[in-house]
Design a binder for this molecule. Structure first.
Ligand code: GSH
Length: 198
């Protein structure tokens, strides 16, 4: 399997962490989607991550790719749903993934808007509002020692904030979230995928 990725993307990082956790071999192809017009032949949306399966088919969108990797690796990072067996944490886990991904979306949009000429300050402020409100919502979540796609998505979003918004002091007013995140960062899969310049 080949993953189109880059070292800064919080969404690609989710897939890299899942593959690492499940010891799935993944060939990484680094790309800058905004500067690579050919990439649209892989993902018409022009976004990373995109996963090429061994039969040549393509999966896009990190929740889909992560769930595929979880199935391929026999993992337990996604909640089970079947007629016989319901995982009661299902909505909490999927909801956390949505909030983590949404936080990363807002942070990416804030950063990209900051590179425009001229900057649309109204839009940028709106993205920042989504960032701070999502952080406040996450600060109200009770995190334990669980590792699911929910916690992975949240950690990737927080890692992206630290990487791209180093001046945003989100930790001092949210110490419980910050403590949980610091512990989560100790997992080898999280350490091995720390964001870097793409
Ligand atoms: N919902 C998508 C979001 C992916 C995404 O926004 N990727 C960014 C990089 S972090 C991207 O490729 N942006 C390029 C573009 O929007 O043209 C996912 O979860 O995979």
């Amino acid at each position: 399997m080949k993953l189109y990725t880059n070292a800064a993307s919080p969404f690609a990082r989710k897939c890299r962490i899942v593959a690492h956790e499940l010891k799935l071999p993944l060939e990484e192809i680094r790309t800058l989607p905004m500067q690579d017009p050919d990439f649209r032949r892989i993902n018409p949306l022009g976004k990373i991550p995109a996963l090429i399966l061994d039969d040549g088919s393509v999966l896009i969108d990190s929740p889909v790719i992560c769930e595929y990797l979880n199935d391929a690796g026999g993992g337990k990072l996604f909640p089970v749903s079947s007629v016989w067996k319901q995982d009661k944490r299902r909505w909490k886990i999927l909801g956390l993934q949505a909030l983590g991904d949404g936080l990363a979306d807002a942070a990416v949009a804030w950063m990209i808007e900051g590179r425009q000429q001229p900057v649309n300050e109204t839009m940028r402020a709106r993205h920042m509002e989504a960032v701070t409100a999502s952080l406040d919502a996450l600060a109200r979540v009770k995190f334990g020692d669980e590792v699911s796609i929910g916690e992975i998505a949240v950690a990737c979003a927080l890692g992206y904030l630290d990487f791209r918004m180093p001046d945003l002091d989100w930790k001092s007013s949210r110490p419980t979230l910050a403590d949980w995140y610091a512990k989560f960062c100790e997992y080898p899969s999280v350490k091995a995928t720390a964001p870097a310049a793409p």
